[in-house]
Write a protein that binds this ligand. Structure first.
Ligand SMILES: Cc1cc2nc3c(=O)[nH]c(=O)nc-3n(C[C@H](O)[C@H](O)[C@H](O)COP(=O)(O)OP(=O)(O)OC[C@H]3O[C@@H](n4cnc5c(N)ncnc54)[C@H](O)[C@@H]3O)c2cc1C
Length: 418
């Protein structure tokens, strides 16, 4: 670690590493600081008994910024696409086959809704909720319920009365292009970005926390680290959440970052990640509940996620902005769902992990609140040299797409600044 860098990047998740690649590729000296030993943040993968567990179900959408950037940086890992064919629906405790168990009229309407989604002009739909849009455009109740379930999956939000239809329909269009899983888990994406950044000369330090961004006359001067070191730099990109960012800046209450912190509504979910020697019902690949915010998918149908041939399945409950969902109830409900879809799964367990109230993204603002309002960053107007990036920054896309797109924007700003 040197004493001076052109830019210090705080956070070693997808956002921080993406920014580091762009900066170092442009010839800037870069230091990435990550407080955990393992890089990756929410995109990290943990190996449990030979199975590779992402932190809950993770997929990239073709046409989204994440894959576009990974291709641009030659960092796309091996992957496979989710099957578009096999899908089950769940009503209460009953499985229905989509669309075999629909009436002829319902099936036709479902095909029409999905088949014409790419033609929907979304420009004027950002201030209309998906509930309002669906009530006008979908006649059959079961078809509407299925569409709402898809919208929950695309947005990770629960409240169909709040989700911006423009935003979520754009997401649906991306999903129609292809939903891509990563062979070996998302850590491969993290590792590829890390290697690329190091190849261009970036220094990446994990297990060290950034404690403070030191300012002098409204400009960035240095970053103070948990090991007591001062790293001088005229620019900093923060690739962390808005609350964590405010902890690093004295006087944030009077700045835009304080306002952005107040505006942010993080998203949460409870995840049951399971690896099985054998899947009791191999035909059950993907299911969404039509009357509860529940998701199930066997990702191993598309990609290898274990050292042996065990299958990795993800079951999840979307909790919206609530991080206090009842832990025991969530676990029981997810296990019940798995009992219904894969009876006898407990006899085949290689690894199982339940994570309640997991942070999924730092903000749902662009998806909720009818998508209105000015988007945060990447420039922090009150502090010269401070730039922000993350899934809560900017306007394009959501989750990893928003994270990586804003990282590219922030890097561009920092390159021009230096
Ligand atoms: C269950 C689940 C499912 C998801 N599904 C999808 C999906 O299907 N598709 C999709 O696109 N996205 C999905 N996501 C979201 C996606 O993982 C995130 O949007 C993305 O990984 C955010 O990356 P980030 O780098 O901005 O933030 P993070 O991953 O949170 O990285 C921030 C990093 O900064 C570090 N840090 C924080 N403070 C400091 C400090 N002071 N000093 C040093 N380091 C610090 C943290 O330790 C962390 O490693 C999902 C997330 C979860 C949890």
């Amino acid at each position: 670690m040197k004493k001076f860098y052109d830019t210090v990047v705080i956070g070693g998740g997808l956002t921080g590493l993406t920014a580091a690649v762009y900066l170092s590729k442009a010839g800037k000296s870069v230091l990435v600081i990550e407080k955990e030993r393992q890089l990756g943040g929410l995109a990290r993968t943990t190996k449990v008994n030979g199975a590779y567990f992402n932190l809950g179900p993770h997929a990239m959408y073709e046409g989204g910024a994440a894959l576009e950037i990974l291709r641009d940086l030659e960092c796309v890992p091996r992957g496979g696409y989710a099957s578009k064919k096999e899908m089950s629906g769940i009503y209460g405790n009953q499985i229905i086959q989509i669309t075999k168990d629909f009436s002829l009229e319902e099936s036709e309407e479902w095909r029409k809704v999905m088949g014409t989604l790419s033609d929907v002009k979304t420009d004027l739909l950002y201030s209309i909720s998906i509930k309002e849009w669906a009530e006008k455009n979908i006649g059959h109740e079961r078809v509407r319920d299925l569409f709402y379930a898809m919208c929950r999956q695309w947005s990770y939000c629960m409240d169909i009365g709040e989700i911006s239809s423009g935003f979520v329909i754009e997401q649906g269009k991306l999903a129609a292009n292809g939903v891509r899983y990563v062979e070996g888990g998302w850590q491969k994406v993290v590792d590829n970005l890390r290697k690329k950044a190091e190849h261009f000369g970036a220094t990446i330090s994990s297990d060290i926390k950034a404690e403070q961004i030191l300012l002098k006359e409204d400009a960035v001067k240095a970053v103070i680290l948990s090991n007591g070191r001062f790293i001088q730099s005229k620019s900093v990109i923060t690739a962390i959440g808005p609350t964590e960012l405010c902890e690093l800046v004295q006087g944030y209450e009077h700045m835009s970052i304080g306002k952005w912190k107040g505006m942010s509504h993080p998203l949460y979910g409870s995840c049951l990640d399971v690896a099985l020697r054998k899947v009791p019902d191999p035909t059950c690949v993907f299911a969404l509940s039509l009357d509860e915010p529940l998701y199930y998918s066997n990702h191993s149908i598309s990609v290898r996620l274990s050292d042996d041939d065990s299958h990795v399945l993800h079951v999840m409950k979307y909790n919206g902005n609530n991080n206090l969902s009842e832990v025991e109830m969530d676990e029981r409900r997810l296990r019940e769902l798995l009992n219904l879809l894969q009876p006898g799964w407990e006899n085949e367990v290689v690894a199982v992990r339940f994570v309640p109230n997991q942070l999924i993204a730092y903000d749902s603002r662009s998806v909720m609140n009818h998508g209105v309002g000015v988007a945060p960053g990447p420039v922090v107007p009150e502090i010269s040299g401070l730039f922000v990036a993350g899934d809560w920054v900017g306007r394009r896309g959501r989750l990893a797409d928003a994270a990586m797109d804003s990282a590219r924007q922030a890097a561009k700003e920092a390159i021009n600044f230096n």
